[in-house]
Design a protein around this ligand. Structure first.
Ligand SMILES: Cc1cc2nc3c(=O)[nH]c(=O)nc-3n(C[C@H](O)[C@H](O)[C@H](O)COP(=O)(O)OP(=O)(O)OC[C@H]3O[C@@H](n4cnc5c(N)ncnc54)[C@H](O)[C@@H]3O)c2cc1C
Length: 363
């Protein structure tokens, strides 16, 4: 266990907040953690404890008074390989996109639609990351964790982790108890293109399949025989490049807010507003969330309130994706981001009566 006091965290959060922590502890194995927690050494370090990955879903609002843990467990290991599938274990500290790139290079299907998401593999299991019609829970098999209460290793099946939209038991009932050590994936060697998301389907059909039929089922069928996971990965990376800021250039934590899930009656009010503004044929983008609920893209709501491309001082709303609050100058302080977040939230409540909830964890 490598321990450092008063460490600056600016390079370890993609928002680029210039904050520090009282103590920073990086471990390399479950044994490291077991030695630490079972021998009572945790009581010698400043409290509270926070585990971070790449800091790409966090907003630090001040110096952290306790101990920040980080995983140094980084590996990709093939546990078994066959003609149709492979079982692969990935260390929690492995950058997520390194794993996606490795799968694509090795002809393995599974995480290609999740290519380019910043952060580490351990956090992917906590966040249930998702993009372009695929979520972490769809491709993960088991999650190996260190239990800080019993000081032992526990393995959960993905189905036991209470996964939901950007949610898991690691963010709720088990928050702070389990440290993700590694993930086991069962990946397919058989083609499994997932082209249910319109923009991916169109890009794949246009760029790689000479304008093949873009109807979902047919595109997937046609793609299955022709495309490689590497090609889908390239399409996904170029779509992401065209609409999301590169964290190494512009600070952000990606989508700041979750897409709200509202009763159908609330959606109808939003839709009536849009019809009076854009004409009777206009339909607000939405997805059926089941049981009489509808998910509305938060980006659409924010754009209607006039925030897209807004800039003031060091902060702004990304001009290509209004869901992303950016540290435009690299010099923003937490209060500026919080103030902008509050103004956006208030304006969406005023116009639509819908309260946006941050996806970003505010520390
Ligand atoms: C430009 C940009 C684009 C993004 N696009 C997407 C996207 O398309 N889809 C998406 O889902 N997200 C997206 N995100 C959000 C973010 O990348 C993900 O949530 C990512 O999984 C966070 O990983 P991280 O390693 O940075 O975790 P952090 O932000 O450091 O931590 C996230 C959470 O995981 C916990 N945690 C981290 N590691 C461990 C561990 N080993 N054990 C236990 N708990 C742990 C932390 O305590 C925290 O609660 C984007 C972010 C940015 C900046």
């Amino acid at each position: 266990m490598h321990i450092e006091f008063n460490r600056n965290l600016k390079s370890q959060n993609t928002f680029g907040m210039d904050v520090s922590c009282a103590c920073y502890a990086e471990y390399d194995s479950a044994e490291d953690l077991a030695g630490f927690f079972s021998e009572g050494k945790q009581f010698e370090l400043p409290q509270p404890f926070l585990h971070i990955g790449g800091g790409s879903n966090l907003l630090f609002t001040r110096d952290f008074p306790g101990t920040v843990f980080h995983s140094g467990i980084s590996f990709i290991s093939v546990l078994s390989d066959g003609s149709q599938s492979a079982v692969v274990e990935v260390g929690a500290g492995t950058p997520w996109d390194e794993f996606c790139g490795w799968c694509a290079e090795n002809g393995l299907w599974g995480p290609e639609n999740l290519s380019g998401i910043p952060g580490e593999t351990g956090a992917a299991a906590v966040q249930n990351i998702g993009a372009y019609g695929v979520e972490f829970k769809d491709i993960a098999s088991k999650i190996r964790c260190f239990d800080a209460v019993t000081s032992s290793v526990r393995i959960f099946k993905a189905g036991e982790c209470d996964y939901g939209y950007r949610d898991s038991m690691f963010k709720k009932s088990a928050k702070g108890r389990y440290i993700v050590l590694s993930i086991i994936f069962e990946l397919s060697r058989e083609p499994r293109p997932r082209l249910g998301y319109g923009r991916v389907r169109e890009a794949v059909a246009g760029a790689l399949m000479s304008g093949a039929d873009t109807e979902s089922g047919k595109a997937e069928e046609a793609a299955a025989g022709k495309l490689t996971p590497s090609e889908i990965r390239s399409v996904i990376l170029s779509i992401r490049d065209s609409k999301l800021p590169d964290p190494s250039v512009t600070g952000s934590a990606g989508s700041f807010f979750k897409n709200p899930v509202v009763p159908k009656s609330s959606f109808d009010k939003v839709d009536n507003y849009a019809k009076s503004k854009y004409g009777a044929d206009y339909v607000v983008p939405h997805f059926d969330a089941g049981s009489g609920f509808v998910k509305i893209p938060a980006a659409w709501l924010i754009e209607q309130c006039g925030w897209k491309g807004y800039a003031e001082g060091n902060v702004g709303v990304y001009e290509k994706q209004p869901l992303v609050i950016v540290n435009m100058t690299g010099k923003a302080v937490p209060d500026e981001i919080i103030a902008l977040k509050d103004r956006i939230t208030a304006s969406v409540v005023n116009l639509f009566g819908i309260e946006l909830v941050p996806e970003v964890e505010i520390i």
